[in-house]
Design a protein around this ligand. Sequence first.
Ligand SMILES: Cc1cc2nc3c(=O)[nH]c(=O)nc-3n(C[C@H](O)[C@H](O)[C@H](O)COP(=O)(O)O)c2cc1C
Length: 200
Amino acid sequence: MTITVVLGHPYPRSFNHAIAKHVVEALQTAGHAVAFHDLYAEGFDPLLTGHELATDDVRTNALAEQHCRELQLADGIVVIHPNWWGMPPAIVKGWIDRVFRPGVAYQFAGDDDGSGVPAGLLRARAAVVLTTSNTPAEREQDIFGDPLETIWRNCVFGFCGVALVVRRNFGVIAGSSRQQREQWLAEAAATALRVLGQAR
Ligand SMILES: Cc1cc2nc3c(=O)[nH]c(=O)nc-3n(C[C@H](O)[C@H](O)[C@H](O)COP(=O)(O)O)c2cc1C
């Protein structure tokens, strides 16, 4: 399978980078063709321009255009990022804005002014979202409503037609032991392999 893996974290020694490394290695070892993008390292520009908004034309930015192409071709997608204020980091939000474009990820019917329900265009049958946070799970659910779950499951991948969306949040990261982190890394890789394997 062709799998796109996207990482949104600025610090190379972060736990998020460790997750990405484990996941990419596991997928490659299993024989998948992996397109890995560390958005900060490659200098992805997250700002959707007025030109793109008005024309749906991303050809003025070669990297954004490459991401669009890869997203269209991917059989599976993995996204890895920390919880920042209940949201993905801005660079990941901008990746969604610029890459999950009309005609790439979804399309409204010809007579729809954009207020209806679009058809999802992504060929990927499965997406895995791996997030990290410092808020205990019960407080995240009760006080904040776990917005990342809704964002990825409903607003992004559900909207674009991806049938199977599995999100796993790892935490609390602060103060976690080495042993716990190694267990989480193994679980991250196993989750990606299992879920994307189901999408064949
Ligand atoms: C700008 C910023 C905002 C954050 N907001 C949240 C938050 O809303 N909820 C939460 O649980 N943790 C929050 N955190 C903590 C991060 O989620 C945590 O540091 C990260 O998941 C740890 O993984 P890392 O070592 O890979 O950075 C925030 C951290 C930063 C830097």
